[in-house]
Each structure stands twice: as C-alpha cells, then as structure tokens.
Design a protein around this ligand. Structure first.
Ligand SMILES: C[S@@+](CC[C@H](N)C(=O)[O-])C[C@H]1O[C@@H](n2cnc3c(N)ncnc32)[C@H](O)[C@@H]1O
Length: 159
C-alpha cells in the first residue's frame, strides 16, 4: 500500500517533526509512506471572503497537482465523517482488498480546503468537531494510520 499525506505549508516545530518521524518510521514497516508539502499562501488577518477563496484555490491547485490519478483521496475536514480507529482500519483494509493501492490523505492550510479539493475527495474524514492546527493534524493522522495497520494485521496496540 502507498500512503501519501499531502499538506499545506512547512512543518516548523521540532517536537512535531520528531513525533512524525517516529510514526513514519513505524508505519514504513506496513506501507510506503510519503509526506508531500505544498507551499502555503500568506493569510493575514482581515481578509475579505474573496481573498480567502483565492488563497484556498491557489493552495488547492498545488494540492491537486500532487494527487495521483489512481489515488483514493481522503480529505481531512472538520465537517467530514467521524470514524473509530477500527473503522478506519477496516476502510484501509477494504481499499486494499478492492485493489486500491494508493491512498492520499489531504490536510488543508490555515483557511481549510478549497471546494475543488473536496470535489476530488472520495471521502472526508473528521477527527472531531474541534479545530486542530494543520501541523498537529499531521502527527495525529500519521499515528492513526499506523494504528490502523496494526489493527488490520491483528497486532497488539495500546488502547
Ligand atoms: C486550521 S485547520 C483549518 C480550519 C478552517 N477554518 C476550516 O474550517 O477548515 C487546517 C486543516 O487541518 C485539518 N483539520 C483541522 N481540524 C480537523 C478536524 N477536527 N478533523 C479533520 N481535519 C481537521 C483540515 O484538513 C483543515 O483544513
């Protein structure tokens, strides 16, 4: 299975980098994992709605350019579908069974994801109704994907 995580902006905080490196290393025993960063647009305070749409659109174009045409796309969105870890594992397992070998998870920038990205997504995944910073979301996602593979393999994991 090929997993790509497409994100907006560079990861700055060292503590997040370390966590992501650790889970990426663990996950690489189960899948080929690639984290793709696309440049973010500056988003100062007091932007008009039109400016915000334009920023999301520009970031969206960069994201879509990185999505493989065969990929099953899972967009992370607060208003998406909430799953248990077991359901995410089952989802990944089913995709593999049906011959989908590429999954692309997409995390938006500070303003969220453009409509065009949501249209390309095969499903959207919510981690709760709360808003997480996109850099922290990356760490949470990579841990949950690692956990999902452990569940699929029937291997022990901390509850
Ligand atoms: C700072 S948030 C964007 C907030 C923006 N106001 C919105 O409503 O999308 C950046 C990105 O992190 C991800 N994200 C943040 N919280 C999330 C959650 N609870 N569930 C799923 N994804 C989340 C989404 O991909 C989002 O585009």
């Amino acid at each position: 299975m090929n997993i790509s995580i497409i994100t907006v902006g560079k990861l700055k905080e060292k503590y997040l980098k370390q966590g992501i490196e650790e889970y990426t290393k663990r996950l690489s025993a189960y899948a080929k994992i690639e984290i793709i960063e696309v440049p973010d647009e500056k988003a100062p305070e007091n932007l008009s709605d039109a400016d915000m749409q334009q920023i999301k659109q520009k970031e969206g174009e960069r994201i879509l350019a990185k999505v493989h045409p065969d990929a099953h796309v899972i967009a992370l969105a607060i208003e998406g579908r909430m799953l248990t870890s077991e359901q995410l594992a089952d989802n990944i397992d089913k995709l593999a069974t049906y011959g989908k070998s590429k999954i692309a998870f997409i995390i938006g920038g500070s303003l969220g994801l453009a409509d065009e990205v949501m249209k390309r997504a095969d499903e959207s995944l919510s981690f709760s109704k709360m808003t997480f910073p996109h850099q922290l979301m990356r760490l949470v996602l990579v841990e949950q994907v690692y956990r999902a593979f452990r569940i699929v393999r029937g291997e022990p994991y901390h509850k």
